[in-house]
Design a protein around this ligand. Structure first.
Ligand SMILES: [Zn+2]
Ligand SMILES: [Zn+2]
Ligand SMILES: [Zn+2]
Length: 184
């Protein structure tokens, strides 16, 4: 949780450094550590003993963006890609996990469809390219045949382009889906 630039719930002054403040795990009030100690470690909003947010932070075992196993050092973001790996509470973590799994399923389905479409377009491109052609007999027919071939090449070229783009998008979706689905 971002503490700098928040207002201290005791002295109402702005927190400058993350290290000089702490937050209440129950109500997310922010306080200077010094102010909190002076007030006897009790939250003015919750009227109970101060529960430090850092003590209830939930860390994931994997990064939702790149899938890397998170370090034992318990960092709030992935050391490889900067993805979020810490949540203010276990409940927040569980909500994030549900969201990531749902996103992952969506991307996996989308990616699979894109790959399927790519295969269909590629097959179509091949079919257009090798489509049946009559044996040319006269020079007229040879000319027509060549024009026909050029047309086929153009069409199959476009179809291959669509297939390639679709395959690229599909693979990209699936690559994103994997760490989301494996998120714990
Ligand atoms: Zn203060
Ligand atoms: Zn509180
Ligand atoms: Zn990462």
């Amino acid at each position: 949780m971002q503490l700098a630039d928040s207002r201290c719930c005791f002295c109402s002054r702005t927190v400058v450094l993350q290290a000089e403040a702490t937050a209440c795990a129950r109500c997310k009030s922010v306080a200077h550590i010094d102010c909190l100690q002076d007030a006897g470690n009790s939250c003015p909003a919750c009227h109970t003993a101060w529960l430090n947010i850092a003590d209830v932070v939930a860390y994931s075992k994997r990064c939702p963006s790149c899938g890397a196993v998170t370090s034992a050092a318990r960092l709030s973001s992935c050391s490889k890609c900067g993805g979020q790996t810490a949540w203010d509470s276990y409940t927040d973590y569980l909500a994030a996990q549900r969201k990531f799994h749902r996103l992952g399923v969506g991307k996996a389905v989308g990616g699979s469809f894109a790959l399927l479409a790519a295969a269909l377009f590629a097959a179509l491109a091949v079919a257009v390219l090798i489509g049946h052609k009559d044996l040319a007999k006269t020079s007229d027919e040879i000319g027509r045949d060549l024009a026909d071939m050029a047309g086929r090449f153009m069409v199959s070229f476009v179809l291959f382009g669509v297939a390639g783009t679709s395959a690229y998008l599909g693979v990209r979706q699936l690559t994103k889906a994997l760490p989301l689905l494996r998120f714990v």
